[in-house]
Design a binder for this molecule. Structure first.
Ligand SMILES: [Cu+2]
Length: 428
């Protein structure tokens, strides 16, 4: 190594001083921003020049939106006073129904009959179940007599196998009166995100609770349980979330079997003061929900019932039940329980504010990448047209459709495209 000369040492000291001074002044600017209660601003995304829609220009120029997009350095949790919020009551049953993954009977993505590869999943024969399966689904009723189904409004037709959407605002209480209408099987309702005591968790395990706290985890056939979930601030949108976020509820007696059987539903929580009287986010014109999952009908509670009902075989045929090709035929790659473009009701309007909630469920094959054609969405301040979902992922995106037409909305995983995890949405 060469000995350092005096003049070179002086130059390095000057450079170091300049660097240090620069760092200190940047630190002071950040500190003064934080001191104003604004948090430390994230880098600004986009600009008015390239942004053609409302969301984009708001994030670039509207100070309120800019504040929403900062990381808060101090937390001001909303304390919910008793009796402050509303109690929102839902009457939900687990009903055993026949569900057709392809009610149109064709590959609607192509407008053609199913081909040989597609018929692997949807064709019924003497030893293949086909596209219709017995499933257990959460369905909403009008009251606690559970005698009348609440009709599903047209805007929610696209929910498919999903249970009714539960809406609540921070500080509300959600009451789910649950009836298990299964003939033979125990079911429950376990929520994500919200606050619950042990008697409303909807899952039984070795948790040292007494018998009085265990009635929630296993609701026997014909029985009813009332779940009470409160909605504190920490169940609502965080600093980088939009005004409402997606949670879900599902049966948790045997979680893998129950969810493959169909018992999953969406739950949306809106920030305090940001919900209308129905608990829906103010300023959002339309909400959409999409569940991406490979429903493994081999691991459903109803495999044997389905074999008996739709084929000439039974579960006694162990060779068939253990056959790889048979198993593959029962892997239903669906969006809300529909394959190959059969999902109805995904219509949005040009220029309206759409909030699209995404749910992933399943196992290690359930790595899904929902992709919208023709339009882009905003997620956490980032512009994307593909999202990533893992099992039990819950994500919320916003967008304003600007491109009229009929577009694909599908999983971008190659295997899943081939197996039918595709749908159409319309911008009108
Ligand atoms: Cu996928």
């Amino acid at each position: 190594m060469y000995p350092m000369t005096k003049s070179r040492t002086s130059l390095m000291l000057i450079a170091l001083s300049i660097t240090l001074l620069g760092s200190i002044s940047i630190g002071l600017i950040q500190e003064s921003e934080a001191a104003k209660g604004q948090g430390v601003p994230l880098p600004q995304i986009g600009s008015n020049k390239v942004c053609g829609d409302r969301l984009c220009s708001e994030s670039a120029s509207n100070p309120v939106s800019q504040k929403e997009r900062t990381v808060e350095t101090t937390s001001e949790d909303v304390e919910c006073k008793s009796n402050e919020g509303k109690t929102r009551t839902y009457y939900i049953a687990a009903d055993e129904v026949e569900w057709n993954y392809a009610p149109l009977g064709i590959n609607q993505m192509k407008g053609q009959e199913f081909n040989e590869d597609e018929n692997v999943f949807v064709e019924n024969s003497s030893d293949r179940i086909g596209s219709t399966y017995i499933k257990a689904l959460y369905r909403e009723y009008t009251d606690n007599t559970f005698s009348k189904l609440k009709p599903r409004a047209s805007e929610w037709q696209h929910l498919g196998t999903l249970g009714p959407i539960i809406h609540a605002e921070v500080c509300d209480t959600i009451k789910v009166v649950f009836k298990n209408n299964s003939e033979k099987l125990d079911y429950s309702v376990h929520p994500h995100g919200v606050f619950y005591d042990k008697d409303s968790e909807g899952a039984e395990y070795n948790d040292e609770t007494s018998a009085s706290n265990k009635s929630d985890g296993i609701v026997a056939p014909g029985q009813t349980h009332i779940y009470k979930w409160t909605v504190p601030e920490r169940a609502g949108p965080g600093p980088n979330d939009p005004s409402s976020i997606i949670w879900m509820y599902h049966s948790h007696v045997d979680s893998p079997m129950d969810t493959n059987s169909g018992l999953v539903g969406p739950m949306v929580v809106t920030s305090k003061g940001m919900a209308d009287s129905n608990g829906r986010p103010i300023g959002v014109d339309r909400e959409m929900v999409s569940l991406f999952t490979v429903s493994d009908e081999n691991s459903s509670n109803y495999l044997c019932d389905n074999l008996e009902k739709f084929t000439e075989e039974t579960c006694d045929n162990e060779e068939l039940v253990g056959d790889d090709d048979f198993a593959e035929s029962n892997l239903m790659h669906g969006i809300n329980g529909y394959v190959y473009g059969n999902l109805p009701g995904q219509t949005v309007h040009k220029g309206e504010h759409v909030r699209w909630y995404l749910i992933g469920m399943g196992t290690e094959v359930d790595l899904h990448t929902p992709h919208w054609h023709g339009n882009t969405v905003l997620w956490n301040g980032m512009r994307v047209d593909v999202m990533e979902l893992m099992p039990a992922s819950l994500k919320t995106v916003d967008f304003i459709p600007d491109n009229v037409g009929t577009w694909m909305f599908h999983c971008h995983v190659n295997d899943h495209i081939s197996a039918g995890m595709m749908s159409l949405f319309k911008v009108i």
